[in-house]
Write a protein that binds this ligand. Structure first.
Ligand code: URA
Length: 241
């Protein structure tokens, strides 16, 4: 990885200090580049430069990719004040890294949620042009008939006129549960699709996103960084400009 990046961005992205704190640290001579204290936190350094904070080397790991097993009752955005958000489940250091969710899960939906501070990757993974597959385990109030299954698979018209794309559907033997895979992610899409067949989703859990499986070892509310292998799988979808 080669980079040429602002000192305040590098230090704050590592979750050590906020940008304001970096400024204060620089003015006190706590930050050096190649042994020389610097005053301007906006200065850019490259990876071959030796950047130190309080004499300790700061290495730049620009992006972080996290898998969370989202619990029920948490929203996956910051725009509904007063409700617990998935960001409440992060440590302070993780919160300082400027993470956001790659797509949303409803408050009552559980399972695989990816968080990152890589805006370009997130944008592309959510782009309808990329057709990224998302697989959900569902339970429904009523039996899914053959006709309903066909509609869910081939696409159907929602109440607002939106016509859904083809899906993959695997019904379990009780016909009230199964796996559904979408390549799009419209608001409440699965609930609305089942609603359009006169059925109702009673439980929804995301199991897979873009080739990455929810880690069974993660309990609800737990999270971990993606492994290198998982990062590769995810980032294969992304074109870097
Ligand atoms: N579809 C839904 O209805 N809700 C989700 O959270 C995800 C997909």
């Amino acid at each position: 990885m080669t980079y040429f990046e602002r000192i305040d961005k590098i230090i704050s992205s590592q979750g050590k200090l906020s940008r304001r704190e970096v400024k204060a640290a620089a003015s006190k001579g706590r930050i050096s580049v190649n042994g020389k204290p610097i005053k301007d936190p906006g200065l850019k350094v490259r990876e071959t430069d030796n950047l130190t904070l309080d004499g300790l080397q700061v290495t730049y790991d620009p992006f972080v990719y996290i898998m969370m097993n989202k619990p029920e009752g948490y929203v996956s955005s910051n725009d509904q004040p007063g409700l617990p958000t998935v960001f409440d489940l992060l440590t302070d250091a993780e919160r300082k890294r400027g993470l956001f969710c790659v797509g949303r899960l409803d408050r009552d939906t559980v399972g695989l949620l990816i968080l990152t501070n890589d805006g370009d990757a997130a944008h592309q993974l959510l782009s309808p042009k990329k057709h990224v597959e998302k697989t959900y385990y569902f339970e429904s109030a009523e039996i899914v008939s053959d006709d309903d299954a066909e509609s869910l698979i081939n696409g159907l018209e929602l109440a607002d006129g939106l016509v859904t794309k083809e899906t993959k559907l695997e019904l379990f033997s009780d016909r009230r549960s199964g796996l559904i895979t979408l390549t799009e992610g419209k608001y409440h899409q699965i609930k609305r699709m089942f609603g359009a067949t006169g059925n109702k989703i009673t439980f929804l859990e995301r199991k897979r996103f873009g080739g990455i499986d929810l880690d069974d070892a993660l309990k609800r509310g737990e999270l971990r960084e993606l492994t290198n292998e998982e990062q590769e799988i995810l980032l294969k979808i992304v074109i870097r400009r």
